[in-house]
Design a protein around this ligand. Sequence first.
Ligand code: ARG
Length: 578
Amino acid sequence: MRQYIQQLLNGCIEGFHRDGVLPADFVPSFTVENTKDKKNGDFATNLAMILCRRMGRPPRAVAEMIVAALPASDRIAKVEIAGPGFINFFMNADHVAAAVYAMSQDPRLGVPLTAAPETVVVDYSSPNVAKEMAVHHIRSTVIGDSVVRVLEFLGHRVIRANHVGDWGTQFGMLIAYLEKMENEGADSLAVADLEAFYRSAKVLYDEDQEFAARARSYVVRLQGGDEYCRSMWKKLVQMTMDLDQQIYDRLGVSLKMEHVMGESLYNPMLPEIAGDLERRGMAVTDQGALVVFLEEFKGKDGNPMGVIIRKSDGGYLYTTTDIACAKYRVEHFHASRILYFIDSRQHDHLIQAWTIARKAGYVPENVSLEHESFGMMLGKDGRPFKTRSGGTVKLSELLDEAESRVASLLEGRGSELTGEERQEVIHAVAMGAVKYADLSKNRTTDYIFDWDTMLSFEGNTAPYLQYAYTRIRSVFRKTDGTPGPVKITCPQEEQLALKLLRFGEVVEQVAQKGMPHLLCTYLYELSGLFMSFYESCPVNRSGIEEKIRSSRLSLCAATAGVVKTGLSLLGISVLEKM
Ligand code: ARG
């Protein structure tokens, strides 16, 4: 609807260009807003105010010219000029009704597939081998997976890239330790506590010289492609990813083993990149290391910042890998957008890698590199989220706790569900609550992890939305009517209908900005409007005219569809009963 008005206004601007009343090279950026007060119609634009100076006329005069230039449209009931020159649009209620009815019958809920499908690489989750998934990986996983779903829903080609930390000098130590454990008869694949594994390996490395020497020789052998070391390394990767996969599956995250594109994938490219940067004169040798000095970034001393490409011992760094990785994503996938869901602390790192990749021509201008940065997860005390003893919170334990809390919550609400059905509800509500708590906040800020708010059935939470959905579904279980054409008879119906019609626009914004919280806010507001509609517009009460009932059932159907699809785009499931 809003896009439609935007199109009409763009038509007016083109007309002004043609008629020479507006300089042809002036392309205005104007807004079309949803009005707050319905006295001002449904939408308003500031276009006249944006054009007036360039057209040398007062804004109200320009507004009149715009209104005169608008083509007749059966979707718009009335257009008015208000205040200094705002133009207010009143939508035709019959058109709104017809559009919502069509939406209620459309599996895509009126959201078109994109006209210009892009190839989008989404770098997300990206845990490290032989380490427990940490809090910033959870955020990346949950937010990234939602954006992946939204992009695919719109018809884009999405490449999921799990940039697992599976390379580096620590692997000598890890291989040596795995070997020791295997020799001692421990079943290596049954290692469930990765933190403990890593810690013990490190202790031994620091204390046992013989072990440390063996570890160092294994790094060299691994890098040289030695078969034994490679197979031990593979085991480490596999045992970590098996544990991570359990978490993905439990959370309903769409990542699979085949999406792992770890750091090791780019390792063979690194010598060539170093050589190439050197040949182009971008990288120079400085105290034995190969360094790129970036004029656009100043270090503390005011001199150009040096980014190390290759250390003096010949080793490569995290940044070198990300340069290669960006190049690979352009060459191999022909990506036009590459989204990185990584916490804000790695911003400088990314910018350095990208600046070098662009300068070297590995990533052309028309490919967009986007850091979908996010803040930290904090405890209720405002400090980084940790266990009481200060350790990392194990994700699997956190999810266990969510489920047990939901179980007692259901008990408290007098839920009559039993057996498998009960289990299913507990699982869906618990995973939904944990994910939604993260998804619903603007990702750029830190967020406070708080059980009580996330599990509440009131407010902007997953349980609230899941419950709202079951209420809509229960309308259909109780009715003997059938959905039919929509007729708007009261303000609650109109507001619900207009909100429903904005679904596509919101989904599009999530895809553009990589911000699922916009969808959460929308679903929350939609559910609120539905509740007011439901209170003042009875559906199944006896004495309701058949046509009105059918119309209201269609509004219910469209709302149920949007809530279900919206939640599924967030990676959250709905239930028929709770
Ligand atoms: N493994 C990294 C970490 O744990 C995150 C990787 C993010 N992706 C990237 N292309 N650098 O911090």
